[in-house]
Design a protein around this ligand. Sequence first.
Ligand SMILES: Nc1nc2c(c(=O)[nH]1)N[C@H]1C(S)=C(S)[C@@H](COP(=O)(O)OP(=O)(O)OC[C@H]3O[C@@H](n4cnc5c(=O)[nH]c(N)nc54)[C@H](O)[C@@H]3O)O[C@H]1N2
Ligand SMILES: Nc1nc2c(c(=O)[nH]1)N[C@H]1C(S)=C(S)[C@@H](COP(=O)(O)OP(=O)(O)OC[C@H]3O[C@@H](n4cnc5c(=O)[nH]c(N)nc54)[C@H](O)[C@@H]3O)O[C@H]1N2
Ligand code: SF4
Ligand SMILES: [Mo]
Length: 691
Amino acid sequence: MTTTKIYGACPHDCPDTCGVITEVEQGRAVKFYASSDHPITAGWLCAKVRPYLDHVYHPDRLLHPLRRSGAKGGGEWQRISWAEALGEIGERWRAVIDQHGAEAILPYSYSGTLGAVQMGITSGRFWNRLGASQLERSICGAAAEMAVNHTLGVRQSQSYHDVVQSKLVIIWGHNPVSTAPHFMPHLRKAQKDGCKLVVIDPRRTRTAQSADIHIAPKPATDGALALGIAHIIVNADLHNEAWLAANTVGWPELRARLAEYAPERVAAITGISAETLSELAHLYATTQPALIKIADGLQRHPNGGQTVRCILTLPALTGQYGVRGGGLAYSTSGYVQWDDDAVNKWAECPPPGRRVNMNRLGAALTGEVTDPPIQSLYIFGANPAAVSPNAGLIRQGMLRDDLFTVVHELFMTDSAELADIVLPATSQLEHTDLHKSYGHTVLTYNQQAIAPLGESRSNWDVMRMLAAEMGFEEPWLRDSAETVIGELLTATAQSIPALQGMTRDRLEREGSVQLLFTPDVPFADGCFPTPSGKVELFCNRLAAHGIDPLPTYVSADDDGGVNGQSQWRKRDSLNLISGAAHHFTTSTFANQDALVAREGEPFVEIHPDDAADRRIRHGDTVVVENGRGSAELIARVTDAVCPGVVASPKGRWARQHDGRNINWTTPDALGDLAGQSTFHTNRVWIRKRES
Ligand SMILES: Nc1nc2c(c(=O)[nH]1)N[C@H]1C(S)=C(S)[C@@H](COP(=O)(O)OP(=O)(O)OC[C@H]3O[C@@H](n4cnc5c(=O)[nH]c(N)nc54)[C@H](O)[C@@H]3O)O[C@H]1N2
Ligand SMILES: Nc1nc2c(c(=O)[nH]1)N[C@H]1C(S)=C(S)[C@@H](COP(=O)(O)OP(=O)(O)OC[C@H]3O[C@@H](n4cnc5c(=O)[nH]c(N)nc54)[C@H](O)[C@@H]3O)O[C@H]1N2
Ligand code: SF4
Ligand SMILES: [Mo]
């Protein structure tokens, strides 16, 4: 029997963007494993994606279009053909457009795949041509992105490999053991060579377990923590005055601001003692190269953008930007930005529709967005009813009788369950795509390995069919994925020398190509692509938005959605953080039995003191609730969280439990920068469930 080996890319929301190989026999994928020549993947995959063929050939895959036949959410479906599905969508949309205009249609997509075609272009071209509402894509890391771009000018990071040069690594509000696993072997090597590891996280995560020092501040107080460390460094005269003078704007103003962050005040805000603050400040200022590694979990708070700005001051104070093994590791997204016009075709489309913030989906569907109201929702590569904030309100909105909802999915998710029409989607093995990464600079190609299962169709193929249904004749709505990739590479290469001469053929042949940038350590040439060319400690562009131009700490709070009702006593409440689960990628994989078994029952971690106050014992079923909603979880009584803080990972499917999950409690308030989500400033009350 002939076996074909096909190069692919892991499409999931993870900075590692692994190279993978699928072995195909007689049209069926029989083996799936890591590519050994991918410089980041290096021959191994994480626990989630190793059993990927169970995902692809899952017995619950949706294989043909469905039309709702009973009440919304009632679970009754009728099989229909693609022609019927497309005809019905076209007919409903034409009626919506006639009555309300195209902005009454809202596409909602996010991170089911990170591919340039199946997510990037599929979220742009067709919808722009239609004139639909624009989705403000701010659920994940919008505030950090804005903070970094305004302070440093660009999101760039040195290679994972360079951490072996570090003598100190501070992993700050980030859990790479679960969320960036291919960073870890390099960090372990550095640790063997004597590098010290500090982890700053209110929860003792898997990453914190291997730290030399674990610091657990109160949630959303990291801005004060960073400025407090800066205060101590400057008071001890350990800062690099020459570097600051040459490379920053606003140092005198920041210095004056730091006076407000004396150790005693910072200790009271953060819950970290003045001695520990001093120890950390001295360690950071005297051990070099020192790397601060952050991700996005840290900034999902009402003050998250300024928190990141505060942290970004530290490598400037010590002159660590541009140093191999030092500085900041956040994201590599700024190296390659796909050519905006190739993605979106703005010039050939009507003016962009009004923006709807994805974090306000429930509110938007229930009255916040009018003129026109949202009359149709098209979801693909996302599962908002399970993973977007204030999920109960999203469900309520999606149950609206006059809302026409289409969900394009691999599985009958919490969101698909609420659709009028469900369309079957391909998995990564069944379509072509191109992937850049937010953790490294390797381009990874995904060649289609097997035919689509059943009648499933890729995102891009569905857009092409919808374009035909709506009578759009532009060639850029008809081209194959392969043609689109070629066009994207050529257009993007015009502004990015590292891409010059890059072809789709080469990528298909080699699977992955390491892109090289000069300097390879960002900012090593002293250039910061901000308006001033320097690190903007003081930022006029933020001032122009009415935002404090200096890094600042503002306290963050949430009322739990209780509107001052007196039965919810503030002093009995806890702050819930809900970060990444180890065995799922948000809600993806949370329907795979073997992974669910490894993750265990949906749980909430609670400190022994808080548990005792509530007569909760380890293993009890508890109700986690607030004014927005509730979820039932199993209590894990543990000192992995501090008193006052509880933790429960994101990603469970409500429909597999009691119809609810942790996002029924999370806030849909927006953060300080870029309309950011604020999942982790979440006031909840916890009680034992009556039996
Ligand atoms: N296994 C797995 N991997 C994933 C994902 C997943 O769901 N599962 N999700 C992917 C996605 S979408 C993303 S955006 C990335 C996110 O990657 P990370 O940012 O690394 O992951 P999170 O768990 O969201 O957040 C990191 C940590 O922030 C901590 N945290 C929360 N609030 C605060 C705070 O106020 N201060 C401090 N210091 N820490 C705080 C949480 O306890 C958590 O441990 O991971 C990606 N990778
Ligand atoms: N409580 C809490 N909630 C959170 C977070 C948190 O920290 N706490 N983090 C937030 C963050 S950072 C993020 S990025 C979001 C992620 O939220 P989402 O982007 O909604 O991610 P998933 O939950 O993984 O849902 C992706 C869906 O896409 C489907 N899919 C996969 N590939 C394809 C495809 O090719 N085509 C189509 N049509 N569908 C496909 C998958 O089956 C899956 O159901 O979640 C957010 N939710
Ligand atoms: S989820 Fe991340 S670590 Fe796992 S295979 Fe995909 S890219 Fe690699
Ligand atoms: Mo994310």
